[in-house]
Structure formats: structure tokens, C-alpha cells
Design a protein around this ligand. Sequence first.
Ligand code: GDP
Length: 177
Amino acid sequence: YGDYNRKIDYVFKVVLIGDSAVGKTQLLARFSRNEFSMDSKATIGVEFQTKTLIIDNKTIKAQIWDTAGQERYRAVTSAYYRGAVGAILVYDMTKRQSFDHMVRWLEELRGHADQNIVIMLIGNKCDLGSLRAVPMEDAEEFAQRENLFFMETSALESTNVETCFLTILTEIYRIHA
Ligand code: GDP
């Protein structure tokens, strides 16, 4: 039989957060459908995407939530965080401000989310290396201090996208299974 008939062992909700335009929607499009678009807001209003994957011979349905533009109005509500077992904090490595705002997003997340939520820090757009505004060491130091996983990704070039989601989901599985 194929994957279609497998029963789902776990459903894990993971939320994407971070400033507008850092690439959250494209990271999700890359992970869930292997798609990318430069003209991004086609998916506005979509609440979440799912992808089923196998970890440790268990079928895991990842339900990944995107703010769908709400972050522009600071309207990310507690409903968004409810039930989340993982969070991906995304900044744009060519925009220092989006990294500086990670402190606020983390504060917001820790205020709303479950105690043992698994958090991953992502510096996206690493294909634009010549425009780097956030040294890797700064992000590593922040991640270490705050006890976060850290990776740089490119939704455009697919760099580390699969790895990022697999890493956070594997850690979630380790904690919850
Ligand atoms: P969101 O507001 O955080 O969801 O950001 P989007 O996913 O809408 O992306 C904002 C813009 O950045 C769009 O024009 C995307 O095409 C572009 N973008 C997203 N990810 C990358 C990436 O990895 N590399 C580059 N060069 N552009 C990206």
C-alpha cells in the first residue's frame, strides 16, 4: 500500500513568526509543496499547510501555520499560538531590524505558548549572501543564550528548508512521543 493509507500517529502544530517579508510564506510553500514565488502574497489568508512525513517509522502530520500577513497589524493572537508544539522564528539575514525584532517575537511567543514549545531561529534569504546584515555569530550567540535551534535557509534555493522542518519536528517528536 502507499502512504495514503497510513494512519496518522501524531499531528504537530508549528507556527511561523517574524516580521513581514522575511520569507515565512515562501518557506512554507517550499516545505509543503516545493514551490517558490517572488511575488508572494498569492497565499494570503491561508491559515496553515500540512505535510505528512515519517519519523522513526511513525506517521507525523505537520500542521504549519503562517500569519498570512497579520503581523503587519500586530494582530497575531493567542488563538494562533494555541496548541502549538513548535515555533519557527524567522528573520531576513539581509535586514538587521528583522533580527533585532526577534527579541520581541520571542517574548510574545513565550507569553502565549506552551512552556516546553520547541523553538527554531531561522535566518532566511542566505542566497543573498553579499547583502548579509546579520553575522552568523550574532544569531548563534542569541540562539545559544535563548536555547533555540538555529539555521540559515534560502526558500529560493531550497537551502536547509527540509532540514529545518525535519530538525524541529524530530525534536518535537522526541519530546512528545
Ligand atoms: P512573509 O511576509 O514573511 O510571509 O514573506 P514572503 O514569504 O511573502 O516573502 C517576502 C519576499 O521575499 C517575497 O518577494 C519572496 O519572494 C522573497 N523571499 C522569500 N524567501 C526568500 C529567499 O530565501 N531568498 C530570496 N532572495 N527572496 C526570498
